[in-house]
Design a protein around this ligand. Structure first.
Ligand code: OSB
Ligand code: MG
Length: 371
């Protein structure tokens, strides 16, 4: 593989088609960074999932921008790295900042795929040509609006519904949902809004037969999740808590959860995601692919990852239209009436970023060259 000659950071803003509200609050638009790397006439694209504010994670668009510009991109130039695996190893010397690392690693994978003329799923060892799609629905102004939204997503084919919960928007909401949809494949995500003091509230959620309850407690708390899981019938799934294969092992040993959500950005890239996938496969812990409301670029990367065999639940990977009026890629990502997404077959991410649309959404752009 040739050297990386130049990298580009682009800060973009895209409005959502519908606001997205979690236990952190309501968002109407997304600000995020695209990473482009250039090598021998080929351009690779990655997406950094850090938000404008440090809510889901401590990283923000500004921290990711500065870490990429001052440390990660110079690392690639200094050591003439173009291999994503090697980048992963070298970037370990910098602590934290997984979303920044993942954005650049993804761009290197895209280049590799394009150079080898293979779609990424083949390089990763994927086995699926279609992946099952679920939809994550935020907190609404009323329960009846939520029920209506669920209805409309079910009509589009989605295989399961995930709803966001928080104290005060939990049991009574799930009860209403179950009244209307007794057999719905349903799960709930708290984004860390509860504590062990809420165990009675959480235990009462067992009656709703959720497929899983995602991240009830804050990120760095494997122990309290383990205590809760012992008292709960509903399988716990960890998202924010699992930041590496090492934390996955500890969660497994402590029995902090029975299912793991893998997000490339949260764990620092594809290399670490595959390690978690392989560990979980060996221990018979199912995984699925989470989302961060990505544009089609990050979404396409996620789709390739979700083709691995131990992705055993519907993923938070929905159609482009569910998030954005016009996505940044062609073809747009679509969900079939059976609730599946077809895996792209073209080289690399397998979808084409549309430079004119990227341009229109750009707030800031910087080119960083190898000196
Ligand atoms: O916790 O899974 C989450 C979105 C932003 C931040 C965190 C989460 C989410 C979602 C949406 O649930 C998943 C998606 O459809 O991209
Ligand atoms: Mg989550």
């Amino acid at each position: 593989m040739g050297n990386i000659e130049r990298a580009e950071l682009i800060l973009l803003r895209l409005p959502y088609v519908h606001f997205f509200e979690t236990s952190f609050g309501r968002e109407e638009e997304r600000e995020f960074i695209l990473v482009k790397v250039h090598s021998g006439g080929i351009c690779g694209y990655g997406e950094v999932v850090a938000d404008k504010s440090p809510l889901y994670s401590y990283e923000t668009t500004s921290t990711a921008w500065s870490v990429l510009k001052d440390f990660l991109i110079p690392l690639v130039f200094e050591h003439s790295i173009s291999d994503p695996q090697l980048f992963h190893e070298e970037a370990k010397k910098y602590r934290g900042h997984p979303m920044a690392k993942a954005g650049l690693e993804l761009a290197l994978w895209d280049i590799q795929g394009k150079q080898e003329e293979k779609p990424l799923w083949k390089i990763y060892g994927g086995v699926k040509r279609e992946i099952p799609s679920g939809v994550s629905i935020g907190i609404q102004d009323s329960v009846s609006e939520l029920v209506d939204r669920i209805q409309s997503f079910l009509k589009k084919g989605y295989q399961r519904i995930k709803v966001k919960i928080k104290p005060g928007w939990d049991g009574k909401v799930l009860k209403e949902i179950r009244k209307t949809f007794p057999d719905l494949a349903l799960q709930a995500d708290a984004n860390g809004a509860y504590s062990l003091n809420d165990r009675e509230t959480l235990k009462r959620l067992d009656e709703f037969k959720l497929i899983m309850l995602e991240q009830p407690f804050p990120p760095y708390d494997l122990w309290d999740h383990s205590r809760l899981q012992k008292e709960l019938e509903t399988p716990l799934c960890l998202d924010e808590s699992i930041i590496s294969v090492d934390t996955a092992r500890k969660a497994f040993e402590m029995e902090s959860c029975r299912i793991i959500n893998i997000k490339v950005g949260r764990v620092g890239g594809i290399v670490e995601s595959r390690k978690i996938h392989d560990f979980c496969q060996e221990k018979d812990i199912p995984v699925w692919c989470g989302g961060m409301l990505e544009s089609g670029i990050g979404r396409a990367h996620n789709i390739h990852l979700a083709t691995l065999p131990n992705f055993r639940y519907p993923n938070d990977l929905s159609a482009s239209k569910r998030y954005y009026a016009q996505d940044l890629v062609e073809p747009q990502i679509e969900v079939s009436q059976e609730g599946t997404i077809r895996v792209p077959e073209s080289p690399g991410i397998g979808v084409s970023p549309q430079e004119d649309r990227i341009e229109r959404a750009t707030l800031k752009r910087e080119v960083i060259k190898s000196s």
